[in-house]
Design a protein around this ligand. Structure first.
Ligand SMILES: Cc1cc2nc3c(=O)[nH]c(=O)nc-3n(C[C@H](O)[C@H](O)[C@H](O)COP(=O)(O)O)c2cc1C
Length: 379
């Protein structure tokens, strides 16, 4: 037992120490990100919004003090002159204190193989010197890597950073995958097995949408269930049947798989199944499915028993959990009761107890009554 505890502690310490610097320091209150951009027709704005969403950064829209003409010919004429003359134009952006930010993303459409003058003028701001400035651009033509490097050297006086330039059509179609990959790369965020920053973030968003009052313990539980399945709950088939029969008495509707309406209003309508964690190796199947006769009790218990994991790899789980935590911290995902739950989780892990109950709030609000079944048994 003692050896196990020691082993877990050692793995935990090694993982924490091995995390890249940027991961370590980008905790909730440390790193502040500003996403400043100029956009004429909305494409660069879309990219800026994705970056802000994924980094938890503040958005800043840059505008020229004298607006560009609506007429396209006049716009092109002025934009061309500005680019050719390398003009430092007057810009309007809310009174932003750039010195308060550690990382500043600057976004611009490519105009005549250059940055649009409003973004270029913002990049020239003296206060940016010595800060980490990361460019992003959108363009009509692909393959702008060289242009990007040239422009970076031209405007930003800091060490070159790997920016991202995306073709306008791709920005409109992309579901954040390219932006996420690039951000993970430049901010030194790694994947963990099949878990990626993107699927963890997507999963957290879905959880928060289904269960707005979710706390860190509930988040832990969902990912834990996805890793281990129902193993720790099952003593024997007959015991499981007995517990389920007892619980069925109080089940009056499905509790998992809660859906929101398209317009965003919350409705308590549940499908009765939902995947655990980000990978859905296991699925929560509501007892309601048995109560309403959709699944036969014997079949339910059989599948539940078959879902018990044979090998329990606690070290692997600690590694996954630390990755999930790093995503939550890096992207400042707001989760209720974070600090308290984290202390509780850490103390349980340190004492070799990996399972976790749902939070009281979760039980009170959502009355969960489900069991975990391996997803491939449900096909
Ligand atoms: C005045 C002007 C000049 C442009 N020059 C270029 C160019 O030199 N190379 C290019 O690939 N795209 C060029 N484009 C296309 C834009 O870079 C592209 O459509 C961009 O995604 C628009 O971003 P926005 O919607 O944020 O304004 C130009 C567009 C305009 C309006």
């Amino acid at each position: 037992m003692k050896t196990n505890v020691l082993k877990v502690l050692v793995v935990f310490i090694i993982l924490v120490m091995a995390a890249p610097i940027s991961l370590m320091s980008r905790s909730k209150h440390n790193i502040r990100v500003l996403v400043a951009y100029y956009s004429k027709t909305g494409t660069t704005q879309k990219m800026a919004e994705q970056i802000a969403l994924l980094t938890g950064g503040d958005l800043l829209r840059i505008e020229p003090a004298v607006p560009y003409p609506q007429n396209m010919d006049s716009l092109v004429k002025r934009a061309k002159t500005e680019c050719q003359n390398n003009e430092n134009i007057a810009i309007k952006c809310d009174d932003v204190r750039v010195e308060e930010y550690d990382v500043i993303f600057i976004g611009s459409p490519i105009w005549f193989s250059d940055w649009a003058a409003p973004a270029a003028s913002f990049a020239r701001d003296e206060r940016l010197s010595g800060r980490r400035v990361i460019p992003f651009m959108t363009s009509g033509k692909p393959e702008q890597g060289e242009v990007m490097d040239l422009l970076y050297k031209k405007y930003c006086k800091t060490e070159p950073e790997r920016g991202l330039c995306m073709v306008d059509k791709k920005v409109q179609l992309d579901k954040m995958s390219e932006v996420t990959r690039w951000l993970c790369d430049i901010l030194s965020i790694k994947n963990c097995g099949n878990l990626t920053t993107m699927n963890v973030l997507a999963c957290l968003r879905e959880m928060k949408c289904r269960y707005p009052k979710i706390t860190l313990c509930d988040v832990y539980k969902s990912f834990y269930q996805d890793y281990f399945g129902p193993g720790h709950l099952i003593e024997s088939k007959s015991q499981a049947t007995k517990y389920i029969k007892e619980e069925l008495k109080i089940v009056d509707k499905a509790s998992v798989g809660l859906q929101t309406k398209c317009n965003g209003f919350w409705v308590k309508k549940a499908t009765g199944t939902e995947k655990c964690g980000a990978l859905g190796r296991y699925v929560r199947v509501d007892l309601w499915k048995v109560k309403c006769g959709e699944i036969n009790l014997n079949d339910y218990v059989k599948k539940l028993t078959q879902s018990v994991a044979e090998n329990v790899d606690n070290d692997g789980w600690v590694k996954e959990w630390n990755f999930i935590l790093s995503v939550i911290q890096n992207y400042k995902v707001p989760i209720d009761n974070y600090e308290n739950d984290l202390k509780l989780i850490n103390s349980r892990i340190a004492s070799g107890k990996y399972g976790m109950h749902h939070s009281q709030v979760f039980n009170q609000c959502y009355h969960p009554h489900y069991r975990i079944i391996k997803s491939n048994l449900l096909k």
